[in-house]
Design a binder for this molecule. Structure first.
Ligand code: MN
Ligand code: FE
Length: 382
């Protein structure tokens, strides 16, 4: 017999659910289900079943409260707190230096290194934005995680805009910069690697409804977040920020520094997402899968090292290719660590100052902050 709504509301959630089911079956038998009762049941079901961060057909993507994944919300708030636009940074000194010839200007090696990084990042940012919106968003159905993805997508648009601004300011030929990802083999190799690595998720029929496909999705997320944003971006960050430390191309350096700060949150979100899917679907994290991921990540480290040798064959003042490649190994180990895989390199960071660079006032660096790595600018040797 139907107790009436007021009576139902005084019992606990589980009892309420059972009571409703019981009442529904009574009404179903009598063939008269009042609409307000089915609505109430739907509300209970959606709250109770708001479980699982991906492909949860019972999750209403429009109901963000109550939140299940607080970390997604925290990353969203951190992203918003870091708001910036490229125009806030003056490019005047860079423009002067870029145009200067002779011993006071930039060397050929320095110019090459800058161009290679502008070439890689200008298109990599768009690639990342497209992956996010066209592939990741579709399968991550939890509303608070989606809220973060929207924020990240906006930041990728800001990053894309940054390279438009750099091209404009320095008077670079857009055809040259934006075609580098097709014409420069070491850049093409990195982009091709990510595109090939993340094929599954772009299949229009792909769904994360089986363990096998959830494993494929995690595989592709590792490609987007850990390899692209977590490894392929970092030699460039180190090279451009090392240059800035010598007071050269400080505007471009500041742009890279802001991007690095955003990217460290993208990576933190991506890793929380990957680890959450692993926790919710532990059967996918097999020994075979782990071995495959380790292998692929090591391959990506080799591609990143080849990119360093190409962008900076002889090294520039204060920076040699060997130390940048060591930094890539060090960074890769941090990524292995965060997704629960064994360290592969055990390389010490040659750039302890990179941790400080990321650790700017508003945001904490999620990956490199260790007290022992801190040095003051004055103690650095070049
Ligand atoms: Mn970006
Ligand atoms: Fe990003």
């Amino acid at each position: 017999m139907w107790h009436g709504l007021s009576e139902v509301y005084t019992v606990c959630t589980a009892c309420l659910f059972l009571t409703l089911l019981e009442n529904l079956s009574i009404f179903a038998q009598s063939g008269t289900i009042p609409p307000h009762i089915t609505n109430l049941q739907c509300k209970q079901l959606s709250t109770m079943e708001k479980k699982g961060i991906i492909n949860n057909s019972s999750t209403d993507p429009n109901k963000i409260l109550p939140m299940q994944y607080k970390w997604a919300r925290e990353h969203y708030k951190s992203g918003v707190a870091n708001n910036w636009t490229p125009e806030e940074i003056s490019m005047q000194l860079d423009i002067e230096l870029w145009k200067k010839d002779g011993p006071d200007g930039l060397s050929e090696e320095e110019r090459r290194m800058i161009l290679w990084n502008l070439g890689f990042f200008s298109t990599a940012e768009s690639l990342t934005a497209n992956n996010l919106v066209l592939a990741v968003y579709n399968h991550v159905t939890n509303p608070e995680a989606r809220q973060y993805l929207l924020r990240q997508a906006y930041e990728e648009a800001v990053h894309t805009d940054t390279f438009i601004y750099c091209c404009d300011s320095l008077g670079l030929d857009p055809d040259e910069i934006y075609n580098m990802y097709e014409k420069i083999p070491s850049i093409k190799a990195k982009d091709d690697f990510v595109v090939d690595f993340t094929k599954s998720v772009f299949d229009p029929n792909f769904k994360t409804d089986t363990s096998e496909n959830i494993q494929k999705f995690v595989h592709d997320l590792i490609g987007f977040y850990v390899i692209m944003e977590g490894i392929f971006f970092y030699a460039g960050f180190a090279m451009m920020l090392a240059m800035k430390r010598q007071n050269k191309m400080v505007g471009v350096g500041d742009q890279f520094q802001y991007i690095l700060r955003d990217e460290s949150i993208h990576l933190a979100f991506g890793i929380d997402l990957i680890n959450t899917i692993k926790e919710e679907n532990p059967e996918i994290w097999t020994e075979e899968f782990k071995a495959d991921i380790i292998e692929k990540m090591k391959e990506s480290v080799e591609l990143e090292k080849a990119y360093v040798d190409d962008a900076m064959p002889k090294g520039i003042l204060g920076l040699n290719p060997t130390s940048v490649k060591e930094y890539v190994e060090y960074i890769a180990d941090r990524r292995f660590e965060r997704i629960g895989l064994p360290l592969q390199y055990n390389t010490k960071t040659p750039f302890p100052w990179m941790a400080e660079v990321i650790d700017m006032p508003k945001e904490k660096n999620f990956f490199e902050t260790k007290v022992t790595e801190y040095k003051t600018g004055g103690s650095l040797e070049w």
